[in-house]
Ligand binder design. Structure first.
Ligand code: GLC
Length: 424
């Protein structure tokens, strides 16, 4: 137990906290003392140690705050469940934590999060400078519950030594994958995240989006039942059943995708922007000098990328909210996001950083105008406290389709019926 945490248990400090809170003061007593404050920051494991670099830079600027890092599992679903267990049990172990863009609405509704509007207003943070999709993901019931850290959107990675001109369409991608599979020791033509988990939902949104299909319309009504959605799911199924993908597609997440690409086993893969830093790192990847990256191919309707990414928020149970906010502000502000982009290859949500020369150098995409524009058009997943149910429905029905247990038509019909029940 730190000195400050011991002090916190003292009754007089509690009285002080209560009176400060009653006055609407943003400070909490834990932030006022001379001693060092310790906050715990939970985040996804990053192979390149990006969060450590951010913590070091923050501590240099805020010598009275000590940030302890807590690593969470890299599978978003597993990590989600661990947070739910912790917070629903009332744990105050964590002060700041990273959230997948699909969590804030659910966590806000469940009472796990400190609302951030008053901090944002007090410190004059201009949310208009951030990618609007990412800001929206953290907004629920008129409050901002999480600040955007980095934005993910699906991309096509390819081997530059094998592919001169990346494919324009999904059909061209299949053709090129078939042609080049086996060259330079590759075993596969294409790899995507086919396991039954959240990553599958993202791939599904991209396939159906490329053919004009959507889960919800602009008014938030279920609109999944369409010929376009069926077309998109058919293309996804065609690829999943073909010989260009690994036989164990149903066990592949982002981690396996990086390993397969990094070991030189595939011509193409579908991955998020942040993974560029990993596969082009000399120590981590055998093909580090041969990495090409571009937008996902087009379907009949055009290109579509799912909006992913991570945000940072403050636990409602934190005893160090003032210090926690200072850290969230740094992590998600220009300084923290620049470190994420330069050392981790993570795509900024703070749009002015796309003008920064070090950021532009970090990932060739960040210097590409089309890419920067596409950050604004990535397709969000529904922002809803019911998101886990929505995701489960899609995961189950898409998985069954890819393994041939049901037709794409039947899957879309079932998703429509089940999703409508959630939204009723
Ligand atoms: C990435 C994305 C996240 C998504 C997850 C799926 O972490 O940033 O939004 O849910 O992948 O695996």
């Amino acid at each position: 137990m730190t000195m400050v945490k011991k002090m916190l248990s003292a009754g007089w400090v509690l009285i002080l906290i209560l009176s400060l809170t009653a006055c609407g003061n943003l400070s909490d007593a834990a932030g006022e003392g001379d001693g060092k404050i310790t906050i715990v920051y939970a985040h996804d494991k990053n192979e390149l140690g990006v969060e450590q670099k951010i913590i070091e830079a923050f501590e240099k600027k805020h010598p009275h705050i000590d940030v302890q890092s807590k690593e969470m599992p890299s599978n978003t679903g597993i990590s989600h469940d661990q947070y739910v267990t912790m917070f629903s049990g009332g744990s105050d172990e964590i002060d700041v934590f990273d959230m997948d863009v699909i969590w804030p609405a659910e966590f806000a509704q469940a009472g796990y999060l400190e609302p951030l509007n008053r901090y944002i207003e007090r410190d004059g943070i201009d949310l208009d400078k951030y990618s609007s999709g990412a800001v929206q993901a953290g907004m629920y019931n008129g409050q901002q519950w999480a600040m955007p850290r980095y934005q993910d959107q699906g991309l096509l990675y390819y081997r530059k030594d094998l592919i001169d001109q990346p494919p324009e369409t999904w059909d061209q991608m299949i053709q090129l994958a078939e042609e080049h599979q086996g060259e330079a020791g590759t075993r596969f033509g294409y790899v995507f995240q086919g396991k039954q988990y959240e990553g599958l939902v993202c791939n599904f949104i991209e396939f159906i989006g490329a053919y004009g299909g959507k889960i919800l319309d602009d008014q938030g009504r279920v609109t999944i039942q369409s010929e376009d959605t069926v077309q998109g799911l058919k293309k996804m199924t065609q690829i999943a059943k073909s010989d260009i993908v690994p036989g164990n597609l149903a066990s592949i997440t982002e981690v396996e995708t990086d390993a397969i690409f990094g070991e030189g086993q595939t011509v193409f893969d579908r991955q998020w922007p942040g993974h560029y830093a990993y596969v082009s790192n000399e120590q981590k990847s055998e093909v580090n000098d041969r990495v090409g990256v571009t937008s996902l191919p087009k379907g009949d309707e055009g290109r579509a990328a799912a909006l992913g990414g991570w945000m940072a928020g403050i636990s409602k149970n934190s005893n160090q909210k003032k210090a926690a906010w200072e850290f969230v502000k740094f992590l998600t502000g220009p300084e923290g996001q620049k470190i994420s982009a330069v050392y981790g290859g993570y795509a900024p949500t703070y749009m002015p950083l796309y003008e920064d020369k070090d950021v532009k150098k970090a990932n060739p995409l960040f210097a590409n105008e089309d890419y920067v524009q596409s950050v604004k058009t990535a397709i969000p997943r529904p922002v809803s406290p019911e998101y886990p149910k929505i995701s489960d429905i899609i995961q189950v029905e898409v998985s069954k389709t890819l393994t041939g247990e049901q037709t794409p038509e039947r899957a879309v019909q079932k998703m429509d019926q089940k999703l409508k029940k959630v939204f009723e």
